[in-house]
Design a protein around this ligand. Structure first.
Ligand code: PLP
Length: 373
C-alpha cells in the first residue's frame, strides 16, 4: 500500500501462467538442468521467430553482447561506437575487451543513434559499432550497416529491448546482422535472467557456443578439453522452459503490450508530455517500457516523488551512458558531448508498463501525472 492507502502499481511485472509452470516442472523431473534439450528447443524457436539461421542462448543479454565483441576480435587500442541513450551493457561489452567507447548522438525523433553522428565519430581506430534498438524501436540498421561496410567495421545489434520489433518488414534479428536479445523480467520474453545471440554465420555461432561454455569445443566434446579461453555464460534449461512458454504466447504478449501503450497514448493526449515516436512504414516498435519526456524545465524529481507517493512505480529511463560515474572517471566524459541525448535523458521517466496492466490503473497513473506536471 502507498502512503495514500492505494494499491501499489509496479513499474513492470512478468506475465507467466500455468504453461510455464508445466514446462519448468518437466525440466525439473527430467534431471537435465543445463546443456539440455530444452535450451536447444528454445534456440530453434527464437531462430525461427526472428528469421535467423542460428541462435545461441546465454546467461544474459550482457553476456551475449560480450561474446559478440570477443568474436569480433576487439581489443585495446580499438574504438567502438555506440549510443549514449542505452543501457550500460551496450558499451561495457567491448570495454570488457579493452576497447574504448565512443558515443554518437541520437536522432531527436527516434532516440536511436543518428547515422550521420555515427559516421562523424569514425576515426582510424574505429573497429565496431554497437547499434541499439532503444525502447524496442528499430534503429537505422541499413544506413549504419552501409557505413560499416564502407569503413570495414563490425556491426553488432543490441536488440535486448526489441524482440518482436520489425525493421523494413523483417523481424529485428532477421536482417543479416548479429543481434542480441535479453530476457530480464521486464522484457517482452521474461525468464528471470537470460539472453540469446542470433547470427547468420555458422562460424560465429560455433564460436559463441564454445565461448559461452568455458571454451570447450562448440558441440561439447570432452568435458575437460578446452580449445580456447572461454567463459561460463551458460544458460539453464529451467530458464529455457520459461522462455518456451513465453515464446509460445509472444504474439499475445506483444498485442497486450501494444494495447496498453495505445491506451496510455489516448489518456495522455491532453497532458503536456512528449511520447515515444510512432511507428512508420519501416519501423514497428515492440513495446518494452512506456517512457515519456517531461517538458523542458520540469522538476522531474518532484514528479517522480509525487508518483511514488501515490503508489505508482516510476524510474529515470535512462540516464546517458557516457555520463555515468565510471565513464567520467575513466575517460573524462562530460556534459555537452551528445546534446540531443543529454536533453532527452534529462526529461524522461518510465510509467508502469506490463501486459496485464489494467485500464483503471493506467487512468490512476495518468491522473496522478496530470496533477503533478
Ligand atoms: C539496451 C540493452 N542492452 C543490454 C542489456 C543487457 O541485458 P541483460 O540485463 O540481460 O544483461 C539491456 C538490459 O536491460 C538493455 O536494455
Amino acid at each position: 500500500m502507498s502512503s495514500t492507502g492505494l494499491r501499489e502499481i509496479p513499474l513492470a511485472r512478468p506475465f507467466l501462467d500455468e504453461r510455464e509452470e508445466e514446462l519448468v516442472l518437466e525440466v525439473m523431473r527430467s534431471g537435465r538442468l543445463s546443456l539440455g534439450p530444452t535450451i536447444d528447443r528454445f534456440e530453434e524457436m527464437v531462430a525461427e521467430r526472428v528469421g535467423a539461421p542460428y541462435a545461441a542462448a546465454v546467461s544474459s543479454g550482457t553476456a551475449g553482447l560480450h561474446l559478440l565483441a570477443r568474436a569480433a576480435g576487439l581489443g585495446p587500442g580499438d574504438e567502438a561506437i555506440t549510443s549514449p541513450v542505452s543501457f550500460a551493457a551496450s558499451a561495457n561489452c567491448f570495454m570488457f575487451e579493452g576497447a574504448t567507447p565512443v558515443f554518437a548522438d541520437v536522432d531527436r525523433r527516434t532516440w536511436n543513434m543518428d547515422p550521420a553522428a555515427v559516421e562523424a565519430a569514425i576515426t582510424e581506430r574505429t573497429r565496431a559499432v554497437v547499434a541499439v534498438d532503444m525502447f524496442g524501436y528499430p534503429c537505422e540498421l541499413d544506413e549504419i550497416r552501409a557505413l560499416c561496410e564502407r569503413h570495414g567495421l563490425v556491426l553488432i545489434e543490441d536488440a535486448a529491448e526489441a524482440l518482436g520489433a520489425e525493421y523494413r518488414g523483417r523481424p529485428v534479428g532477421g536482417n543479416g546482422v548479429s543481434a542480441v536479445f535479453g530476457f530480464y523480467p521486464n522484457k517482452q520474453v521474461a525468464t528471470g535472467e537470460g539472453g540469446v545471440v542470433v547470427t547468420h554465420s555458422e562460424e560465429e555461432w560455433k564460436l559463441v557456443r564454445s565461448l559461452r561454455n568455458q571454451g570447450r569445443d562448440y558441440d561439447g566434446g570432452a568435458w575437460f578439453h578446452h580449445v580456447r579461453l572461454g567463459f561460463n555464460y551458460r544458460w539453464t534449461d529451467v530458464h529455457a522452459a520459461i522462455g518456451i512458454g513465453q515464446l509460445e504466447k509472444l504474439d499475445r504478449l506483444l498485442a497486450m503490450r501494444s494495447e496498453v501503450a495505445a491506451r496510455y497514448g489516448r489518456l495522455l493526449k491532453n497532458v503536456d508530455v512528449e511520447l515515444l515516436c510512432p511507428d512508420d512504414a519501416e519501423h514497428r516498435r515492440s513495446w518494452f517500457v512506456y517512457v515519456i519526456a517531461l517538458p523542458a524545465g520540469s522538476d522531474r524529481d518532484f514528479v517522480m516523488a509525487e508518483l511514488r507517493a501515490a503508489g505508482i512505480g516510476t524510474a529515470e529511463y535512462v540516464p546517458c551512458v557516457h555520463l555515468q560515474p565510471y565513464m567520467r572517471e575513466a575517460y573524462g566524459f562530460a556534459e555537452g558531448m551528445c546534446p540531443v541525448a543529454e536533453d532527452i535523458a534529462s526529461r524522461t521517466l518510465a510509467l508502469p508498463f506490463f501486459p496485464q496492466l489494467e485500464a483503471q490503473d493506467q487512468e490512476r497513473v495518468v491522473d496522478a501525472l496530470r496533477r503533478t506536471v
